[in-house]
Design a protein. Structure first.
Length: 492
C-alpha cells in the first residue's frame, strides 16, 4: 500500500443563511406573547432601541417612512425557480448594507438610568407571580409536624420524594429501599407508608388507581358516610366498571342496576389524580394573532391584534452620534453595530406582521364557509396552496402558522387547524378530515344511548350523510375524539 498526498479542486455551490435571516425566521415563528417577551429582551440588550408605544393604524404610515419596506426584508423565499438566484443576490445586498458583523454582543456598558426612571427588570421581577407550591413541598410541610421515630421520619421523607405530580407512588417499596443512601429497611418503609397516605390531599401515596379510590372512600366512611357498596365495587369490580358490565355487577352483588348506577355516580366524584388538587397545572394563555369576522355584506374582515405589541424605534441621538465622525471611533463602531441590529429587528417584526396577515387572508378566502357553518364546512387545504397564493415557500407558511391563533365568531382556533387533507363526499365536493370528525361527533351525540352505534353502524350513518369512510378510519377518528367504543357508551 502506498501513501501519498495530492491536491484536488472542486467547485460547488452552497447556500448559507445569514444569522440575521435566521433571526427573521425565528421572529416569524414566535407567537404574539413570545414576541412581546423577545422585544423586551432586545430592549434590555440594545441601548439604541426605544419604545414608541403600541402599533396603531395611524402609526403604520410613520413606521413605513422611517424604515422603508424595500430594505430587502421581503419574504425569505419568493420563487423556487432559477436556482434561487434572487435569494443569493439579496444575501449579497444584505452583507453589503449591514456589514459582515452579525453578533449583537455589547462592547460598552449601558447608559445609566436617569434619576427617578423605573428599572424595567425590577418591575418585571416585582410583577412576576409567586411560584405555586409543589405537591412534594406541601407533603413535606405536613410531614415535619408528624412525631415518629427517626427511622420512620427518614422513611416517610424518602417516600414523599418518590411521589409524582399526580400523587402516586409509582416505585415499589423494594426499589425505594434499595435506592436509599444508605439503603433503608423495607420494614420502615412499610410502616411509614400508611402515615404518608394519611396526609392531605386524601388518596396521595397510592400505588395504583384502586388503592387511591379506596383511600378516599375510607376517609368518607370515617366521616360517617355509608360507602360500603362503593368500596365493594372498587375492590372487586373495577375492571367490570371500565367495561361497563353493569348487569353482571348487579347480578354478582345482588343489587339493582339503579343502586349500582348511584354508587358509580358517587365514585365519579372521587379524584383519580389527587396530586393535581395541590399542584394544579396552569392553562397556557392564548392571545389570538388575528380577528376574523364577516361584515354586513358577508365579506371576510381580517383585523390583526398586535396592538399590544410594543412599537420600536431607534433613538435619534444615537443615530446622529453613529453618523458623526467627531464621535470617537470605538464608540461610533459600537453604535453603528447596534443601530444595524435594531434596524434588522424592526424590519423582521414588520415582515412577520405582514406575512401572517397575508396567510390569514388567503386561508379564510378558502375557508369562508367555516365562519358560516362551523367545522363541518372545512375544506381540505394543503400549505402548498397557500404558499403559492402568498408567493412564499411552504416552510415560510409553516413558520407563519406555528403557535398562532385566530379568533372567529365560532371561537378561538389554532391557525394550523385550517390546513388538512380530506376526502370527497357524494356530491363530489372536497371535505376536510376535521369536518368528518365533526359529523362523527354529531352522530354520537344524537344516538340512542341504550343502543349505541358500533363502528360499522357509524360508518353507515356517515355514508347516509354523503361521506363514505372505511370502518377502520371511523375507529381511528373515534379514538382521536376520545369517544369510547359502543359497549362503554351504553347506558342501562
Amino acid at each position: 500500500m502506498r501513501l501519498g498526498q495530492s491536491q484536488q479542486f472542486r467547485l460547488s455551490q452552497q447556500m448559507k443563511l445569514a444569522p440575521r435571516i435566521i433571526q427573521a425566521m425565528e421572529i416569524l415563528q414566535l407567537p404574539t406573547l413570545a414576541l412581546v417577551e423577545r422585544i423586551d429582551q432586545e430592549l434590555q440588550s440594545n441601548p439604541v432601541l426605544e419604545l414608541k408605544g403600541p402599533v396603531t393604524e395611524e402609526s403604520e404610515e410613520q413606521v413605513d417612512q422611517e424604515y422603508p419596506a424595500d430594505r430587502g426584508e421581503r419574504d425569505l423565499v419568493v420563487d423556487d425557480r432559477n436556482d434561487h438566484q434572487e435569494d443569493f443576490q439579496r444575501l449579497a445586498e444584505f452583507t453589503a448594507e449591514f456589514g459582515p458583523d452579525v453578533t449583537g454582543g455589547e462592547l460598552a456598558p449601558r447608559p445609566r438610568r436617569a434619576a427617578g426612571e423605573r428599572d424595567r427588570k425590577m418591575d418585571a421581577m416585582a410583577n412576576t407571580p409567586a411560584r405555586d407550591e409543589s405537591l412534594n413541598e406541601h407533603l413535606l410541610e405536613q410531614w415535619a409536624f408528624i412525631e415518629v421515630q427517626d427511622d420512620l421520619k427518614s422513611a416517610g421523607q424518602k417516600l414523599i420524594n418518590e411521589i409524582d405530580d399526580d400523587g402516586y407512588l409509582r416505585t415499589s417499596l423494594e426499589q425505594v429501599a434499595a435506592d436509599g443512601d444508605p439503603p433503608m429497611l423495607l420494614d420502615s418503609l412499610r410502616r411509614a407508608l400508611p402515615l404518608v397516605q394519611a396526609l392531605d390531599p386524601v388518596g396521595v401515596g397510592a400505588r395504583d388507581l384502586r388503592e387511591c379510590l379506596l383511600l378516599q372512600l375510607a376517609a368518607e366512611a370515617q366521616a360517617g358516610q355509608d360507602v360500603s357498596l362503593e368500596t365493594e365495587l372498587v375492590s372487586r369490580f373495577l375492571r367490570d366498571i371500565e367495561m361497563n358490565r353493569l348487569p353482571q355487577i348487579a347480578q354478582r352483588t345482588h343489587r339493582s342496576i339503579e343502586d349500582i348506577k348511584a354508587a358509580l355516580k358517587n365514585i365519579s366524584h372521587l379524584s383519580p389524580r389527587p396530586g393535581s388538587l395541590v399542584a394544579e397545572r396552569s392553562a397556557p394563555v392564548i392571545h389570538p394573532d388575528a380577528l376574523v369576522d364577516l361584515d354586513d355584506d358577508g365579506d371576510v374582515v381580517i383585523t390583526m391584534t398586535d396592538g399590544q405589541t410594543p412599537r420600536l424605534g431607534i433613538t435619534r441621538g444615537y443615530q446622529r452620534m453613529a453618523r458623526d465622525r467627531a464621535t470617537e471611533r470605538e464608540a461610533r463602531q459600537y453604535l453603528q453595530k447596534h443601530v444595524r441590529s435594531a434596524q434588522w429587528l424592526i424590519s423582521a417584526i414588520q415582515q412577520r406582521r405582514e406575512t401572517v396577515r397575508r396567510v390569514v387572508v388567503e386561508v379564510f378566502r378558502i375557508q369562508k364557509e367555516f365562519l358560516l357553518q362551523g367545522r363541518e364546512a372545512l375544506r381540505p387545504l394543503p400549505m402548498a396552496e397557500i404558499a403559492k397564493a402568498v408567493g412564499v415557500h411552504v416552510a415560510t407558511v409553516s413558520r407563519a402558522v406555528a403557535g398562532k391563533y385566530v379568533q372567529t365568531p365560532r371561537g378561538i382556533f389554532p391557525l394550523r387547524m385550517f390546513f388538512s387533507g380530506g376526502t370527497t363526499n357524494a356530491e363530489g365536493q372536497d371535505v376536510a378530515w376535521d369536518a368528518v370528525k365533526a359529523k362523527l361527533l354529531e352522530i354520537v351525540e344524537v344516538e340512542d344511548k341504550a343502543h349505541p352505534f358500533n363502528d360499522d353502524r357509524l360508518a353507515a350513518e356517515l355514508e347516509k350523510r354523503g361521506l363514505k369512510i372505511a370502518r377502520r378510519t371511523v375507529a381511528k377518528y373515534r379514538g382521536l375524539l376520545n369517544i369510547p367504543p359502543a359497549r362503554k357508551r351504553k347506558q342501562f
